[in-house]
Design a protein around this ligand. Structure first.
Ligand SMILES: NC(=O)c1ccc[n+]([C@@H]2O[C@H](COP(=O)([O-])OP(=O)(O)OC[C@H]3O[C@@H](n4cnc5c(N)ncnc54)[C@H](O)[C@@H]3O)[C@@H](O)[C@H]2O)c1
Length: 293
């Protein structure tokens, strides 16, 4: 059935959507990229072009392969533009209301045989599936950021996901040269169940004045051998996404140990969402990132 997937639609042209489009196009799939904002689609296409050009310079992608991959990606300004595709991956903002609304608009026009997947970092696959017309062909395909670089994809079945959907999704992920792990449908699955509480704790460490941004990140890089510090990682993920995931853990597991740090809430309320808005725990507007605390 995997070979039946030839075309992929992506909803949400943010940092995850552009990365997913990139790897699908390089693997030979026809890709259509949709977003509520046409500007975001244009920016995403430019980002993909730049990222592929870097791969060409690094020798990991041929010039012709890049050109072919780019020619396989097209903008889909209207949700109807995704109607005939074999697989649609929703990678829009981590907000259940937003995702439900997307499914409500998409399902009536989408090929009834198509698989619908979500890239959610934390939300219940079973609950999201119930907002679609095809719970048996709905699945979590959770890519990691940055998608072209990271080797892992978590697959998460909802209660109704059929074996055929799971097997086709698994073969699809393998065709992108990624490794699959299977996670059960619990809040934030495996990676973020472990990673986000650590990031939240780093923010509490900052909030309580135990260390500065620089001290916390340097401590975890050199003291725990993490490739980047937890606050820099939070900025990279997006502080709105980090907060949304902590909220899902807190509500879903009903345990106070997952309480989002008030300082994280404050940064999000300020619109300081990390790299994507130019400011988070670091200020990215100059030549070098500068800690904001
Ligand atoms: N950031 C990460 O590290 C990461 C990693 C894995 C998974 N995810 C998940 O991927 C998804 C997207 O995250 P992101 O980091 O790319 O966010 P982002 O903020 O970079 O992009 C989200 C995009 O969704 C678009 N969008 C919002 N409402 C929409 C709608 N109704 N229709 C179409 N598009 C809409 C926005 O315009 C935006 O371009 C989330 O579910 C997130 O949890 C994120």
């Amino acid at each position: 059935m995997a070979s039946a997937i030839k075309s992929v639609g992506i909803i949400g042209a943010g940092q995850m959507g552009n990365g997913i489009a990139h790897v699908c196009a390089v693997a030979g799939y026809d890709v259509r990229l949709h977003d509520v904002s046409e500007e975001r689609i244009k920016e995403a296409l430019a980002t993909i072009n730049g990222n592929m050009a870097r791969q060409v310079s690094a020798g990991s992608l041929g010039d012709d392969d890049k050109n072919n991959a780019i020619s396989r990606i097209s903008a889909a300004p209207k949700i109807e533009d995704l109607a005939s595709l074999d697989l649609v991956i929703e990678a829009a903002t981590e907000d259940e209301t937003v995702k439900r609304k997307i499914y409500a608009n998409l399902c009536p026009v989408l090929n009834p045989e198509a698989i619908l997947a979500t890239n959610t970092s934390s939300l219940s696959i079973t609950r999201l599936a119930s907002a679609t017309d095809r719970p048996e062909r709905f699945i979590g395909i959770h890519f990691m950021n940055p998608v072209p670089v990271m080797g892992l994809v978590e697959l998460v079945r909802g209660i109704a996901t059929e074996d055929l959907t799971f097997e086709a999704s698994k073969a699809f992920v393998a065709s992108l040269d990624k490794t699959v792990t299977v996670a059960e449908d619990f809040p934030a699955f495996i990676v973020n169940r472990i990673l986000l509480p650590m990031i939240n704790e780093a923010i509490y460490t900052l909030y309580e004045g135990v260390g500065t941004v620089e001290a916390i990140d340097t401590s975890m890089r050199l003291g725990a051998n993490h490739p980047i510090g937890p606050l820099q990682l939070a900025d990279f993920i997006g502080l709105d996404t980090c907060l949304a995931i902590m909220q899902v853990l807190y509500d879903g597991l009903a345990d106070s140990k997952y309480r989002p740090c008030p300082l994280l809430v404050k940064y999000v309320e300020a619109g300081w969402l990390g790299q994507k808005t130019g400011r988070g725990f670091y200020d990215y507007r100059g030549d070098e990132p500068v800690p904001t605390r």
